[in-house]
Design a protein around this ligand. Structure first.
Ligand SMILES: [Zn+2]
Length: 630
């Protein structure tokens, strides 16, 4: 079977990805990618063990928290392929390709690739795991260098999907009853690979199955598609509020819209996205301060965690939000979503990286007497907002058959960094859109297809000056849009020696571009006090501080986050500061000294570098006490 591209409807996509595009960044993203290569993507044994899950098929028989292991392979494969698309690294490719060939050997005669035995299939997290197997294969297809393997993969996915179609759907098993969790929300997220499979094959039955899933409304006790379309209530008021699974369903719905152009679904998806931006996000760019649920996070984020076992701000939510926001950015061209990705990446995402390689003692499991399990995972599963320590628990913790273990948030990790090159440069009707600034080079094309290279000289996000040099072989007239982040108040662009001030949003330069043209972007980064939104819990008690896109944090190694830190600022919320050294935390990217009302001076560091020992020694907070709690 040959892959067949279904023609996209005209005018649907406002921004699109460039087909011929290469990037090489040298700072934040380069560091993240190196970390992922070393600690996740090149771990051959881990890939083998993830495939073994499908040979043993014991997830359905296991005790309750061992039932979602079948998500691991596809979830890590998706992220690995996103990173590979950026690096093009041959060694990494060989490792990943070997695992794809390996999982193909686990396919049964009947088409199943499942972590569940035949007897236990279509329960718990079975469809969720199968979704990830198909997604993993689909992302691999985008980088696959072997045409025969690509054909095998498409054929495999069709057989996997056909088996599901045989048993689930109208007049068969209700997809929402194929799981007892979250009223079937997890199972319904198989919508995305079904839509993508139709896009790949043009086989109508997959589109019809996608339509069936959408008609269910994703849960038993309500219809989330209708709720989003009507837009009368926020996601935290829906009957089910599980953030990660819900966004996964809406990612599928967005894909379905892009294929069919049915306006109602576009409205539903955009309403849902706006509701997240306007009420469900924290200062670090994650959602959920009540475990892993949408909970009106904007007003709940200043609630101290109840106890040492309390967890908030799941890493799976951060990464899924970044992915969904990127799709919304392409769909709408709304710069808000690009700003949101930046916020999540520099704060909650990089903050969750286990750069100190701390083994986590998963106290919950030792409490119930299983074992005091020591494990080094690449990502923390949860992120603190008000004073707490990192590394409290492993989200989605599962033992592997070889005695090791893994977690859902560790597994999703690579997709976060892998997303950055995908939104860094997009194409608009009249030219290109630059969303992401980092020292490095982007090679792309002008609208007529001539090679265009964009060199960025910058220390962004730690300094707001970005110097661009554009190289083209031919003089050509087109538009280049530069993202001016919403946090930036007095941005300026200098072009051929002439400086103009620009406001937040996209600043556009439409002109003839010549070889060696330069543009300098100045994005001033004063330190700003951020107060909780009106009506927030403990509204008068807390404040946060940001410099550019970077959230500043107290880390107990230098400043106690449980102290009252009444930081001086002027009426406009500007905080006077000096750049400082931080010998106690040498890996910190930014350290500032600020003055308190009581005359003391304290130092704050970038949130992403704080808390990294994962012990009370480095307790950390993004929301700092201005006053003591009553
Ligand atoms: Zn997770």
């Amino acid at each position: 079977m040959r892959p067949q591209t279904v023609k996209e409807l005209d005018g649907i996509r406002v921004l699109t990805k460039e087909a011929e595009l290469s990037m090489k960044f040298e700072r934040s993203l380069a560091e993240a990618v190196r970390f992922l290569e070393r600690n996740q993507i090149c771990e051959v044994g881990l890939w083998k063990e993830f495939v073994n899950i499908f040979r043993r098929q014991t997830d359905g028989d296991a005790i309750v928290w061992m039932t979602w292991r079948s998500e691991f392979w596809g979830k890590m494969m998706r992220g690995a392929c996103m990173v590979l698309k950026y690096t093009g690294d041959d060694d990494m490719y060989r490792i990943v390709e070997a695992s794809v060939r390996d999982i193909l050997t686990t396919q049964e005669e009947n088409g199943r690739i499942s972590g569940y035995s035949f007897k236990e299939e279509f329960t718990r997290w079975d469809l969720w795991g199968r979704k990830y197997v198909m997604l993993g294969m689909m992302y691999f297809l985008e980088i696959c260098r072997d045409e025969k393997l690509a054909e095998e993969l498409i054929s495999s996915m069709c057989r996997q999907a056909d088996y599901i179609l045989e048993h689930v759907g109208e007049g068969k098993l209700d997809i929402r009853k194929c799981a007892k969790h979250w009223e079937g929300l997890n199972s319904c997220s198989i919508l995305e690979p079904m839509v993508r499979l139709y896009r790949l094959t043009g086989e109508k039955r997959y589109l019809e199955f996608a339509e069936y899933i959408i008609s269910t409304g994703f849960i038993l006790s309500g219809n989330l598609v209708e709720l989003a379309y009507e837009d009368k209530v926020a996601p935290h008021e829906y009957p089910i509020t599980k953030a990660y699974e819900m966004m996964s369903c809406f990612e599928g719905l967005l894909q379905y819209y892009c294929l069919t152009g049915i306006e109602k679904y576009k409205t539903a998806v955009i309403n849902f996205g706006k509701r997240i931006v306007n009420g469900e996000l924290s200062i670090i760019g994650c959602s959920g301060c009540t475990h892993e649920l949408f909970d009106h996070t904007a007003v709940k984020q200043t609630r101290p965690e109840a106890d040492e076992e309390d967890v908030i701000q799941e890493t799976c939510v951060t990464v899924t939000w970044m992915k969904f926001a990127e799709a919304l950015l392409e769909l709408t061209g709304d710069v808000t979503y690009a700003d949101a990705i930046e916020r999540s990446f520099y704060n909650s995402y990089i903050g969750a990286m286990n750069t100190h390689r701390v083994p986590t003692s998963n106290s919950m499991y030792s409490l119930v007497g299983i074992m005091d399990y020591l494990q080094v995972l690449p990502f923390d599963s949860y992120s603190p907002l008000v004073s707490a320590r990192r590394g409290k628990r492993i989200g989605g913790f599962n033992f592997l058959h070889n005695g090791g273990s893994y977690g859902c948030c560790a597994c999703i990790g690579a997709a976060g960094a892998g997303l950055i090159p995908q939104f860094a440069l997009l194409r608009s009707e009249n030219g290109i859109v630059i969303n992401y600034y980092e020292q490095g080079v982007i090679k792309t094309q002008t609208p007529t297809g001539a090679p265009l290279s964009v060199t960025m000289e910058t220390e962004y996000p730690y300094d707001g000056k970005v110097s661009f040099t554009f190289e083209t072989d031919v003089e050509e007239e087109f538009e280049i849009k530069f993202r001016i982040p919403a946090w930036c108040e007095k941005a300026a662009i200098t072009e051929n020696g002439k400086t103009v001030s620009v406001s937040s949003g996209y600043a556009s330069i439409f002109r003839k571009w010549n070889k060696g043209d330069t543009v300098v972007l100045e994005l001033p980064m004063p330190v700003k006090q951020i107060l909780p939104p009106k009506g927030a819990v403990n509204e008068d008690i807390f404040a946060a501080y940001m410099r550019g896109p970077i959230v500043l944090a107290a880390d107990k190694r230098i400043t106690d986050p449980d102290d009252v830190l009444d930081i001086l600022c002027d009426d406009m919320g500007n905080v006077a500061y000096t750049i400082s050294n931080c010998p106690e935390i040498p890996e910190s990217k930014l350290c500032l000294e600020v003055s308190l009302a009581d005359g003391r001076k304290v130092r704050l560091i970038d949130y992403a570098s704080a808390g990294k020992t994962w012990t009370d020694e480095s307790r950390t907070a993004a929301w700092l006490y201005r006053k003591p709690m009553q």
